[in-house]
Each structure stands twice: as C-alpha cells, then as structure tokens.
Design a protein around this ligand. Sequence first.
Ligand SMILES: NC(=O)c1ccc[n+]([C@@H]2O[C@H](COP(=O)([O-])OP(=O)(O)OC[C@H]3O[C@@H](n4cnc5c(N)ncnc54)[C@H](O)[C@@H]3O)[C@@H](O)[C@H]2O)c1
Length: 424
Amino acid sequence: MAPDLRIALVGCGSHGAARLAPAIRAAPGAVLSACVDPDADAARAAAHGQADVLPDLDALTHAPRVDAAVIAVPHDLLAPTALACLRAGLHVLVEKPVGVTEAEGAAVAAAARAAGLTCMAAYCQRFLEVRTRARDLLRRGLAGDVRTAAASKGGPPLTGWLADPARGGGQLLFLGSHLVDQLLWLHRQPVTRVYAAMTHRDDTGSDESTSGVIEFADGVSAAISLSQAAGAPYDHLEIIGTGGRIRSDWLSGQIDVETAAGHAARRPRVEYVRSDPMQPMYDAEVAEFAAAVHAGRPPAVDGDDAVRVLRVLDALRASAARGAPVDIADGAARRSAAYTLDAADAHLRIQFTYPSDRIQEPFLYDLSQRFHLKFNIRRADVDAGIGWMQVLLEGERSEIDAAIAWAEAQGIRADPVEGDVISG
Ligand SMILES: NC(=O)c1ccc[n+]([C@@H]2O[C@H](COP(=O)([O-])OP(=O)(O)OC[C@H]3O[C@@H](n4cnc5c(N)ncnc54)[C@H](O)[C@@H]3O)[C@@H](O)[C@H]2O)c1
C-alpha cells in the first residue's frame, strides 16, 4: 500500500481551519502533517495537537516532512505561496481563485507542469451534490440543446482583506470565480466575448455588484449576477435549452427540472438534495486531490481550469472599466482533465437502434460532440425502415453511462452487444 500523502495546511484562517483541516484528516491515503500560519494560535487550533505547527513556508520547506500543500491564504498571496511550494517540490491544492490575474494563475499552472507536480484548483462547488446532480441531468439531455444560462451568487458586505482591492478582495474574485468556474464546467465551450457593468463600494473601494454576459463559441450566452450588497447569502444557476430547464439552488438544496425530453421526466418536478451542503464537498475535493497525486493522474480541476476562470474575470473587469465588450482568445479551452481519455477505464459495445424518422439525423455526430468518448463503429445497417449501429465506446464509465442515458432520452434504443464486435 502506498504511504499516506503528508499534507501541510498553509493558511489556517477561517476556511483552512474550519473546512480544509477536517477534510484533510478525513481524506483516504492522506494525513495532516503540518499547519503553517504566522498566527501561531490559528495554526495550533487547526493542528489539534496532531500536526507540526510552523510559522512560515521557510520552516516548512527546510523540513522534508511533507509531500503536498493545501493553500488557503488571502488572494494576493495565493500564487506566490503556490509557486514557493512548487519550488520546494510539493504538490499543491490551491484555494480559488489561485491568483488575482490570469498571468498569476498561468505562472502557477506552468510551474506545476514544468516540475511534474500536481496542481489542483479548489473549485469545491464541482463536488457539490446539488451541482453534480444538475450536471448529470444536463448531460442526460433533459434540457435539450443548451441555449442560455443565468447564474447568481452573493452575500453580505465583505470585511477584512476580502474588502481590500489591493489584496485581491472584492466579490468578483471571491465569489465570481466560483460562478464563472461553474458555468465553464457545465458548458464546455471556449468563451469568445464578455460584457459587464460593475459598481464599487464607497467605503472600501472593492467591487460590489457585477452584472455580466459570457458568450461561448457555439452561440450560447450566460448571464451572471454577483453582489456583496445582499442581506443573506444566495447561490443558484439555471440552464435553459430546447428541451426544458434545470435550476440548481445551492443553499436550499433544490433542483427544479422542467423537460420535454424523452421518457425520463414528462412533468415539471422538484428534487431535494438533502445532504449537508458544506463539508461533504470539501471532503470530496481533498480526497480527489490525494487520489490524483497517488495515481499520478490529472486532478478533476487543474491549474488550466483556474487560468480560464481568471481570463474571464480579467475580461469582465476590463469590460466594465471600458464600457465595451471584450473579446477573449480562449482557444486553449478543453474538457476538464477528469473527463479526458487519460483516465479511460471502460470499453463498452453498444447497439444503437433508431426508428425510421431518425435515420437522417446525425445521431453519432451529436453524441460525439456531447460526450468525451472514443467512438468506433464496428457494424451498421441502415435502410428505409430501421437503422442500427454497433459502436465500441471507450472512456470513463460515468461518461459512457451518461452517453447511453442521453441516447435513450432521444428515443434511440441502446443495448449492450454480446460477443466481440472488434472482430466484426
Ligand atoms: N472554497 C470555499 O468555499 C472558500 C470559502 C472561504 C474562503 N475560501 C478561500 O480560502 C482562502 C482563505 O480565505 P479565508 O477566509 O480562510 O481567509 P482568512 O483571512 O480567514 O485566513 C487566511 C489565513 O492565512 C494566514 N496567512 C497569511 N499569510 C500567510 C502566509 N504567508 N503563510 C501562511 N499563512 C498565511 C493568515 O494568518 C490567516 O490565518 C481564500 O482564497 C478564499 O477565497 C474558499
């Protein structure tokens, strides 16, 4: 069995101590070895007497007792701290937004790549059940072809360094980063252009409220709304497509689905996701980091994902300042590492059978655009009455399952094929 990954928590403030330290302790194959913070009381409280308490990174990097760092420091220190940890040979899980600009995020991603070390961005909401379930419904085609999306997030006025623009404070970087990441994760297309209007607080000068539009290469647009003027926290997003809509509300744990697609749900319905909306997502995030390091595979959210988010945030800020749209070259956009074929673990032979009224439709093309799988057609027979196609699907098992479910929701029958179609 591989030895436990020895993790240092760097930054033991409110998020590090309350959420990340317990998540590190709970992660399979990981152990919390050190707590680093210039505030000795904070570091001691996070360590619970079970980890070294260290004042700074120097003390950490001169003591070869750790393999990885989980970094939760103020925004202006995220990238310099991550770079120092990478230089010391540590894998890093870096709190969002990883840097305060695209250039900072790109420096972290490049340093990790050059050193051959894991760099994961802590976009924890990708592990939130109310979002993974919504994404699953989306991939099963319940909204049809996506046309537009709307996402909102915010809460009460920010305080301390979070309210200080010189320290990377403000709602755009703090919560806007999550919101943009969620949209880029749900709609895997390059961003081409953004527009934004933004207001700033008189007392702190930090950005208070932002309304923006993000345009994707396929013509889909998403509206975002962010604020630190609200009396209570809120976080919801809605995806609208030709087949219906899916709305996911984090804090109520509620998903609304209205769909006309397939047989899965003919009537509007409301689902409740009843688990704790907080700690399980942090536990899943840190467990994914440890598992990725152990397996030597890319993590579910990597440094390039953080760079894409920062690129959009930089452009939203620039658009608001200029009062004009800003074009983006997001050509490097690609599917999340968790869904690349590097992580391929399944092959499945499926016969798709479709009725005569579907024969003219580019079904396999649609499937290939929607799901990140290898498709290998082994046999096919199409005539005026009925068409069938035997296809070898290769990729992540969850992606294959989602592709089959989507096909069925379109009225295409999908049956496993016995025997070896490779010889066919
Ligand atoms: N993912 C989430 O749900 C979530 C929630 C809250 C905060 N965060 C993120 O976590 C990070 C920290 O936020 P927070 O609310 O915990 O801030 P905080 O101010 O409560 O804690 C930051 C800690 O970092 C320490 N610190 C400062 N400089 C340091 C250094 N050079 N080395 C080590 N420690 C240092 C401070 O003493 C403090 O204890 C931010 O990136 C924030 O966006 C994420």
